[in-house]
Write a protein that binds this ligand. Structure first.
Ligand SMILES: [Zn+2]
Length: 269
């Protein structure tokens, strides 16, 4: 049976406690954002609680610097190397990263692609798969995916696909390289012609307009057999303020189980 995973959303609750509750609720896997000084400990606590650490998510605030050549570029590159080392040392085989932040990154360029390639070559030596996640501007993500075809892969964020690039069938393009999932819901593109992060609501599954049947079919048709990983945010937790944190996790888990049944059913068709 496929595992079910979640990230550690909910900033008003200590992370160590969140990990315990995630396990108690029934989740099999967990992932979290990289934080210098804290990640080793979170990995250890997760494993001590019987959770598999599916991936680490790289910070993305400065990622546009990969397309430039500034002091920020060097410091972000060094940070990525430290994160790769952290994953490698802890035996976490997947590192999720973005290729842009916001709607106006610098244009795609050769120096940027060469930088991605150098980082990916290093990660491969360290047995860490970089999983590139789809975001707003398609050309950057697409260029990196085309340039780096070996060993590394795709993190399908179905919510981003719905509210940023609904015209692109990401799974038709990249499902053969799928290594990671970020599942969540939203209301689609609410401001046509002005697409931005405001639509990326990370709502609970089945609360928005995502076609979960279609999503299940896409996953079932792929070779991906990893966990069904849900990515919620502090916004999601805030929108569930009528629930305790425990109830929030229980609701998220029940919906994840429902989705797993849909994937299992789609596999029989
Ligand atoms: Zn995501």
């Amino acid at each position: 049976m496929r595992g079910i995973g979640i990230n550690l959303a909910g900033k008003d609750f200590p992370e160590q406690e969140r990990i315990k509750l995630v396990k108690e609720t029934g989740f099999d896997t967990v992932f979290f954002d990289y934080k210098e000084e804290e990640t080793d400990c979170l990995i250890e606590t997760s494993r001590n609680n019987g959770l598999i650490v599916d991936s680490i998510h790289a910070p993305f605030g400065k990622i546009n610097s990969f397309w430039e050549n500034t002091a920020e570029t060097d410091s972000y590159y060094s940070l990525m190397i430290r994160i790769i080392d952290c994953c490698s040392k802890n035996g976490v085989g997947k590192l999720v990263m973005h290729t842009t932040v916001g709607n106006h990154p610098p244009a795609v360029n050769n120096d940027g692609l060469i930088r991605y390639k150098a980082m990916c070559d290093y990660a491969k030596e360290k047995n860490v798969h970089i999983c590139f996640e789809n975001l707003e501007p398609f050309p950057h993500f697409h260029s990196v995916m085309e340039y780096i075809r070996d060993y590394h892969g795709f993190c399908w964020d179905c919510g981003h696909n719905l509210c940023y690039t609904p015209h692109v069938d990401m799974m038709r393009l990249y499902s053969d390289r799928l290594m990671c999932l970020h599942l969540h819901d939203n209301k689609g593109v609410t401001q046509p012609g002005n697409i931005d992060y405001r639509d990326d609501l990370h709502m609970l599954a089945f609360d928005g307009v995502l076609d979960w049947q279609w999503t299940a079919k896409k996953i079932a048709e792929s070779n991906y057999k990893g966990p069904l990983t849900f990515e919620y945010s502090n916004r999601t937790v805030n929108s569930c303020s009528h629930l305790t944190y425990k109830q929030f996790l229980q609701t998220a888990y029940e919906r994840a189980v429902k989705f797993r049944e849909m994937v299992d059913f789609a596999e029989t068709l």
